[in-house]
Ligand binder design. Structure first.
Ligand code: IMP
Ligand code: MG
Length: 441
């Protein structure tokens, strides 16, 4: 058969390969459930089985935060994945919003041989000082008018997402095509709807910094990388930042949410992946209690007379946001929230971290509580579904008496109760901060 320049069988093969190993790790509460540890053990599994790893993100921005420890040195990542140290390729996907200067600083923390594996999808959006200033300005204006604020991480992800929808925001493909800082300045200044008081803070010097950083990053066609990894038999591991209860569509009342999708499915789409790229499905990560940063209702939050319980957690775990340094609010396990996250996800396995805290909490109180339903304050109507406006509801609890039980019994009883109210088996529990503290049930 003569060569046909249009029908080239070699080209048609692209996208035909399949990942034979792949998993999504996502949070089922409000973030900070300890996804990193589950990512860690998944990576070692893949390595043991001889896979190379494509570690990938599909949403979020520098609002994410996780601590990674390498050779005793603690590193704080906001853009990079927690699988960074184990991965062979790390792709920051199309659905992300990235500050090139901050990303470059993060990359420079990595050992030299790991710095080159970080790739940025050209479809990802730029996020910079202007977006952060806009984020801060919006929050301050809202507060000054007495309206409820979101308590964002002020990383600019909200305004940048809004400007993307208005087609007034550059992608990495746009910034990569800039020949000079003047070019870059021009495309960043194309924001007719942003107030002058914000825009006037943009300088040519800062454009120069962004330009320099962009030129040191590897900006690629993400789908081509994914396609190559499929062909070459990589395992794919998608990390979802934030968590389902912060999802812009299905999260907390549609107001107190982050700006990009936080379900496993939304994050996969943001990276250019589909669910059958993940033969092992998704693993939902939870904590034995719940925590939350930022504004918005948090009905299971410990009451004032339960401060001693919160103190136990603050003493042992710390619970400060990695991005903002804010002390997280703490509360009881919310099974209604978990069922909501299950409803929206392709969850195959469930991991619950910080289970070692439960016996310790039991010493500070005689009853451990789990929220199984909500009651509408006005009408007393009981719902088992996650309500749209949580502020109108109060939690209903099942209480577990913990007196005269050993730590083992307390943990067993707690797992049994939680498993019953969420209607699912628990697959892993975390009994401490390390990878070795994960126990498979
Ligand atoms: P933004 O994502 O910075 O716009 O913040 C929106 C909401 O999501 C706020 O309530 C933040 O505190 C929360 N949020 C954003 N990122 C994280 C995270 O990584 N963990 C926990 N909460 C987060
Ligand atoms: Mg975090």
């Amino acid at each position: 058969m003569s060569e046909n320049p249009i029908f080239n069988p070699e080209r048609i093969k692209i996208g035909a390969g399949k990942f034979t190993a792949g998993k999504i790790v996502f949070g089922g509460f409000f973030g900070d459930e300890g996804k990193g540890k589950i990512v860690d053990i998944t990576c070692s599994d893949y390595k043991k089985n001889g896979y190379k790893i494509l570690s990938i993100r599909g949403q979020g921005s520098g609002n994410a935060g996780h601590t990674v420890e390498v050779n005793g040195k603690k590193m704080f990542f906001h853009y990079l994945t927690s699988a960074g140290m184990e991965a062979d390729i790390m792709l920051l996907g199309a659905g992300m919003l990235i500050d090139p200067v901050r990303l470059l600083d993060e990359i420079k923390q990595l050992p030299e041989n790991k710095q080159a594996i970080v790739l940025i999808d050209e479809r990802a959006m730029l996020c910079c000082d202007l977006d952060r200033k806009l984020d801060e300005w919006i929050e301050n204006e809202t507060r000054s008018t007495g309206k409820r604020t979101i308590g964002t991480t002020k990383s600019g992800v909200g305004p940048a997402t809004a400007l993307r929808a208005l087609r007034q925001h550059p992608t990495f493909a746009d910034v990569k095509s800039c020949k000079s800082k003047e070019d870059l300045y021009k495309i960043i200044m194309n924001r007719p709807l942003v107030p002058m008081r914000i825009m006037s803070s943009m300088t040519m010097e800062y454009a120069g910094k962004l330009f320099e950083a962009v030129n040191q990053l590897s900006i690629v066609n993400g789908l081509e990388i994914i396609s190559n990894c499929r062909e070459e038999g990589y395992a794919v591991l998608l990390e979802v930042s934030q968590a389902v209860l912060l999802d812009p569509l299905f999260g907390n009342g549609g107001h107190f949410v982050t700006s990009t999708p936080t379900t496993d499915i939304g994050a996969a789409a943001g990276a250019g992946l589909k669910l059958d790229d993940f033969p092992e499905g998704s693993t939902m990560v939870l904590k034995a209690y719940s925590s939350k940063v930022g504004g918005g209702p948090f009905p299971t939050k410990f009451k004032e007379d339960e401060a001693a319980i919160a103190d136990v957690i603050y003493r042992i775990v710390g619970e400060c946001g990695v991005t903002t340094g804010r002390k997280r609010d703490l509360g009881w396990f919310d099974a209604v929230g978990v069922r909501h996250s299950l409803m929206l996800s392709n969850c195959r396995e469930i991991a619950i971290n910080c289970m070692d805290l439960i016996p310790k909490l039991a010493k500070a109180t005689d009853k451990i509580k789990v929220c199984y339903a909500y009651r509408k304050k006005e009408t007393d109507e009981v719902t088992y579904m996650w309500p749209y406006d949580l502020s109108k509801y109060e939690p209903l609890y099942i209480e577990l008496s913990m007196t005269e039980k050993t730590d083992e019994q307390i943990i067993d009883d707690y797992i049994h109760l939680v498993s019953t109210v969420i209607g699912r088996k628990i697959d892993y529990i975390g009994l401490g901060p390390g990878r070795e503290d994960i126990r498979k049930l």
